[in-house]
Each structure stands twice: as C-alpha cells, then as structure tokens.
Design a protein around this ligand. Structure first.
Ligand code: SAM
Length: 281
C-alpha cells in the first residue's frame, strides 16, 4: 500500500498514529485509511475543491483531511476523539488558515451554522453513526445546506442508498436518498485498505441534491414509506390502510393495491405522496 505524498513534508500517517498513540477504538468506529492515492481519489469525487468549503466528520489522524487540503479545500473537521486533536493541529500548521477543527460529537454539532455558503461534505464516516448523520442531512430543509456528500459506508449500507425498486436492498433509505438527491456509488473500497480492516467491504457514495418535486409534503412521503416498508411483504392495500387517503390515491395514480412496497419506484412513491398531499376539493 502506498503512502503517496499528500501533505508535503508531513510525516507518514503511520508515524502520526504511533506518535500520538492513536490505537484504533472500535467503539468510535475507527478504521483508518493510509493510502495516499486512494485518499486523493476520494477527495476528487466532488470535483474541483479549490477554495471550496468542506465539512469532514471524523478526520481521525487526518489522512482524508490531508487529501482535501492538498486539493485546495478549506476544511472544517468535527472529531470526537480528543487524542486526534494534536495530530490535526500539525495539519493546521502545514496549511495555515485552511483547517478548522471542532472537537465534539457530530450528532450534536449544529453543522449548518458553521458555514456561510453551502459546503461539500466529504467523510470516511464512523460506521456506528453514519446512517443517522446521512438521514439528518437528507431530511434538512430543501434546498439542503450542503452542496454534495461524498461518504464512505459499509457496502451493505451503500447498496441500500442506491438500490432500485425490486432490489433486495431497496427500502426507506433508498427512497429518502433518491427523492432528495441523485445518489450513486462512486467507488468500491476493499476492506484491506483500512487499518484495522473491518469485516466487510465498503463503498464511497456520492449524493447531489435535486430540485424539490412540486406539491409533495415531506411528512406525507415519510409516513407512506414508513407504513409501506414497515410491512414490506404485505400488499399496499394492507400496509397503507392506516394512512388517510392513501388507498384512494393509489387508485387515482393507477398503482395496483396488490403490489408490495419493494416494487414501488421512488417516482411512484413521490407521485403517491403528491396525490395524498393534494388538498381535497
Ligand atoms: N478520516 C479518517 C480516515 O479516513 O482514516 C478516520 C475515519 S474513521 C472510519 C471514523 C472517525 O470518526 C474516527 O476518527 C472517530 O474517532 C470519529 N468519530 C466517531 N464517532 C464520531 C462522532 N460521533 N462525531 C465525530 N467524530 C466521530
């Protein structure tokens, strides 16, 4: 595995780990990346980052942070593990004025208030909080406060984000992700790229927000998907029974009530939500 020269004269990441005693904590979801070429490829996913604002959650010893800074970004990094802060301070010295480190739990930090413009989010997420963070970012007000998300997930979660109707992985996360953004897998990442290697494979997902579909009440869509996927093996006429107006709306848009949630595309869920949201005459 190469440690390509991101960060100029900075010491190799493995030395940083040894110097600051950053032995990986499982509880904090710490699986570090050291391969400079891989890190540079991840940092390239959002496009040109020169002078762009980037939010990174969980910089750890700073491998991805280096790649983002080397790509010209201005990085705000939120890290929960106090042991990493001195290692990150060294990066701040190497790129003066380009790195802001916030010590804290990303689930508690009011991230939008940290930016004047709309940042890109680029992160090798801690797996234990990754989905919760993504759902929070996806359910924020339209238009979202972020420009794009480039996020490492366990492959199984990445599959659930990009799945199409009739895929095994298709469910609420796919509908939520895809009605708010264009979501794609940018690259698979082998488990051996991490130190320590996790048990499962990973993938980087790239999400770019899309325009809000007209006339859809977010709460209605959430209610419909929760009900439909809460009983995913049941026919819609059963699973949607408790959502007022849903069965009539199904008929109006020509979706058979005998279908199951897993066969209903994102576009059909959006149409259904629009129909249910429509004020009655
Ligand atoms: N970015 C580094 C890399 O790619 O090598 C480290 C990634 S590691 C998978 C996840 C990082 O998130 C760790 O540094 C961990 O301490 C941090 N972390 C875990 N939970 C966090 C939380 N709730 N808020 C902020 N950071 C967290």
């Amino acid at each position: 595995m190469s440690e390509a020269p991101v960060g100029g004269k900075l010491p190799p990441l493995r030395e940083v780990i040894a110097k600051y005693g950053l032995n990986a904590s499982k509880a904090l979801g710490q699986n570090f990346l050291f391969d400079g070429q891989l890190l540079a490829r991840i940092a390239a996913v959002p496009g040109d980052l020169r002078d762009a604002e980037v939010l990174e959650v969980g910089p750890g010893p700073g491998g991805l942070t280096r790649a983002l800074l080397a790509a010209g970004a201005r990085v705000t990094a939120i890290e929960r593990d106090r042991r990493c802060i001195p290692a990150l301070a060294e990066l701040g010295e190497a790129w003066p004025g380009k790195l802001r480190v916030i010590e804290g739990d990303a689930l508690d930090v009011d991230a939008p208030s940290l930016f004047e413009g709309r940042p890109h989010i680029v992160s090798n997420l801690p797996y234990n909080v990754g989905t919760a963070l993504l759902v929070g970012w996806l359910t924020a007000a339209w238009q979202p406060w972020w420009q794009s998300c480039t996020l490492m997930f366990q492959k199984e979660v990445a599959d659930r984000i990009v799945a199409a109707a009739n895929d095994d992985a298709y469910g609420r996360l796919a509908v939520l992700s895809q009605w708010r953004s264009s979501a794609r897998v940018a690259m698979p990442v082998h488990r051996s790229a991490f130190t320590p290697p996790p048990k499962v494979m990973s993938a980087v997902v790239h999400l770019v927000p899309v325009e809000a579909p007209a006339g859809v009440d977010v709460k209605v869509l959430e209610r419909l998907t929760a009900a439909a996927f809460g009983q995913r093996r049941k026919m819609l006429r059963q699973s949607l029974k408790g959502v007022p107006g849903a069965l009539d709306a199904l008929e109006r848009i020509g979706v058979e009530a005998t279908r199951r949630a897993e066969t209903v595309s994102v576009a059909e869920f959006v149409e259904l939500a629009r129909e249910v949201s429509r004020p009655s005459l």
